[in-house]
Design a protein around this ligand. Structure first.
Ligand SMILES: *Cc1c(COP(=O)(O)O)cnc(C)c1O
Length: 405
């Protein structure tokens, strides 16, 4: 056996000892029963952790759009954007997304992860101030792994600022050489902490130091703002953000990622980013379904309104039952558990005994001691479902439930 195999086994043993070994719960989405999923044994499970936040992935119009596109254009794109992978619908979707964010241009990627990794690396490896002047990237300490992949995989000097901490960001910006190209990279809704960045203040600060801004709105697009343009739309600050990045896989319920920004910047990334150039473009059914989803959510706020009504209803129930709901400014309700093994056990008991699923979030995704269940209500969770969840959590978290929060 190759030495690498030994290495793998030892590493996996370590991961298991630390309680970090990943197992995936097998759950099949049911388009006509969402948010009820099916386990391999046929039992139904009520899911509380889907990122298909609005159920757009199971909406009849979106499914129909995907099915029609599959029949007329086939299952796969059959090439990169350069090699026959650019259908008129791809251009339409890019224009729609640019328009959603009030930007000049949009660019699709095969996922939100790829869009962050590819776009950030492309920007940060460029040399606008000459070959000897590296970018300085100011990165929120809670940024998603995909942004970190793009930033760390580039030549940029990285400066990490404390989470949503304007004063700290200001200090770091002030201390940086005035002539270095600078980029501030951050998110709007942080999905593990359920809090929201002060986008306007961050952009104002960045502007004062001549820094560009890059905002990940993955957990907000479709959900926030009058047309689902994200928190930057809700707060009226989208024009101040240089590049907005989003996904088609969460609020929009489909798949794929994108950026939107000024035409020259987007065109540059389109022209140099390997993660954009050298991969097959999104499948036609996905592109057409995403277009239907984005257009629906732009003109009809109904699901957004329901989502926030349902979130408030569940939060009130959890609090009334004395359950350890953590601070939340968003549609995400984290429930504090505080220990990795217990967090997994609580989630497992919910599944085995109560046929409900909520994702356990453990270190390193959150700090040790901050282990939590991540609950994301959707417009289709009924009052009766919420009562079921609260009753189950009350049993599963006894007697230690008041220790937390
Ligand atoms: C999920 C996520 C991504 C990646 O998006 P995908 O479309 O799932 O690849 C990027 N950023 C954040 C903050 C995310 O949570």
């Amino acid at each position: 056996m190759h030495r690498f195999h030994d290495f793998c086994r030892r590493s996996l043993d370590d991961i298991k000892r630390q309680g970090r070994y990943r197992t995936f719960t097998s759950l099949q989405k049911q388009a006509d029963r969402f948010p009820l999923y099916r386990r391999p044994d046929g039992r139904e499970v009520l899911v509380w952790s889907s990122n298909d936040y609005l159920g757009m992935g199971v909406s009849a119009a979106v499914i129909e759009a995907a099915a029609e596109a599959a029949h007329s254009m086939g299952a796969g794109a059959g090439g990169t954007r350069n090699i026959g992978g650019t259908s008129p619908q791809v251009h339409e979707l890019e224009a729609e997304l640019a328009d959603l964010h009030g930007k000049q241009a949009g660019l699709l990627f095969t996922s939100g992860f790829v869009s962050n990794q590819a776009a950030l690396a492309a920007i940060l490896n460029s040399t606008p101030e000459g070959p000897d002047r590296r970018w300085i990237c100011f990165s929120d300490e809670k940024n998603h792994a995909s942004m970190i992949a793009g930033i760390k995989g580039s030549r940029a000097v990285v400066q990490i600022f404390r989470h949503n901490d304007i004063a700290h960001l200001g200090e770091l910006l002030a201390a940086a050489p005035a002539d270095a190209p600078k980029l501030v990279a951050f998110e709007s809704v942080y999905s593990m902490d359920a809090d929201i960045a002060p986008i306007g203040r961050i952009c104002e600060l960045a502007g004062r130091f001549g820094a560009m801004t890059y905002l990940d709105e993955v957990h907000a697009v479709g959900l926030y703002g009058p047309q689902g343009g994200g928190v930057s739309e809700r707060d009226g600050v989208a024009p101040c953000v240089d590049i907005i990045e989003g996904t088609l896989a969460k609020g929009f319920g489909c798949h794929g990622g994108y950026i939107a920004g000024d035409a020259e910047v987007v065109d540059y990334i389109r022209s140099v980013a390997p993660g954009f150039i050298f991969t097959t473009s999104l499948p036609p059914p996905t592109v057409v379904a995403a277009l239907a989803s984005v257009r629906h959510l732009r003109r009809d706020p109904d699901l957004r309104v329901k989502l926030f009504e349902r979130t408030a209803a569940l939060k009130a129930r959890l609090l009334a039952a004395g359950l350890p709901v953590m601070h939340s400014e968003s549609h995400i309700l984290p429930l504090h558990i505080g220990e990795a093994a217990r967090c997994r056990a609580v989630s497992q008991r919910l599944l085995d005994e109560f046929a409900m699923y909520a994702t356990p979030i453990n270190y390193p995704t959150v700090p040790r001691g901050g282990e939590r269940l991540r609950i994301t209500p959707c417009p289709f969770h009924t009052d009766a479902m919420m009562d079921r969840l609260v009753d189950a959590l009350t049993i599963v978290l006894e007697p230690e439930r008041r220790v937390a929060a």
